[in-house]
Write a protein that binds this ligand. Sequence first.
Ligand code: G3I
Length: 302
Amino acid sequence: GTTLGASAAEKGRYFGTAVAASRLSDSAYTTILNREFNQVTPENEMKIDATEPQQNQFSYGNADRIVAHARANGMQVRGHTLAWHAQQPGWMQNMSGTALRNAMLNHITQVATHFRGQVAWWDVVNEAFADGGSGGRRDSNLQRTGNDWIEAAFRAADAADPNAQLCYNDYNTDNWTDAKTQGVYRMVQDFKQRGVPIDCVGFQSHFTGGSNYPPNYRTTLSSFAALGVDVHITELDIRNAPADAYRNVTNDCLAVPRCKGITVWGIRDSDSWRSGESPLLFNGSGQKKAAYDAVLAALNSG
Ligand code: G3I
């Protein structure tokens, strides 16, 4: 293939990017988007504060615009995200207990129903585990509603859209020996054993390069896959975009049959949440960087 998406497709994968609705009017941006990518994740437009800014008043305009663009251009959509401790609207930040649990479940039901049939994968729950050595859950208002909030979220999403693939998504879960990685692994193992409807795990993969890209990343991906879930690289960016690191990440995904695809967290460096680190595949002028060539070559090798 001559583009990321077409080359990934030849390997039975997708290659996607985060998309911002505000940039869909930028033709330099959409030219690259439409040429290179066959999957999109709305960067902010499906978050709780965007879709339910007032309780029970849902707002889908920007998310719908991204979904329409994706469908018109044959791109699959990853929904991001139904339940998260961050980017909560003010009304939700101030809730707790049973009222918050019910508001979360209602949010999941409403949003997953709205996008039923249009979202291939949902990040049902995002970033629920703590950093550091505990291997346990992150404290949050959602966690304080009871440890079963994550499985309740997955069951609600499954009921609303039985055909979507339901993922747990997190960061700093890349090094197989880290306590956080092991904590998520044990949760997924437990969910599979008890029949909680989880289909996939997303590895955000916001790397700083060097030692932040662990040599055992492939082991992490394959170990989760062995639990019977698909794995996805969901928000890839790497400080200074070293071509070697991008090549290795691509090869690690290709080496794991259940690694379904890679999503980079933006198109041009100027589109990135960490634009000061130039972490993406295209520079601010939309030109391909060395990392782009490395990824394309890896997708086309073997
Ligand atoms: O759109 C408003 C603008 O109107 C306002 O003037 C401005 C002032 O603050 O804010 C703008 O919204 C910002 C939004 O990005 C769009 O640019 C928010 O403040 C800002 O918080 C938001 O940041 C996003 C961040 O998630 C929020 O948590 C980033 O774009 C987005 O890349 C980032 O993505 C997260 C994933 O969802 C989860 N994993 C980590 C990843 C990176 O942090």
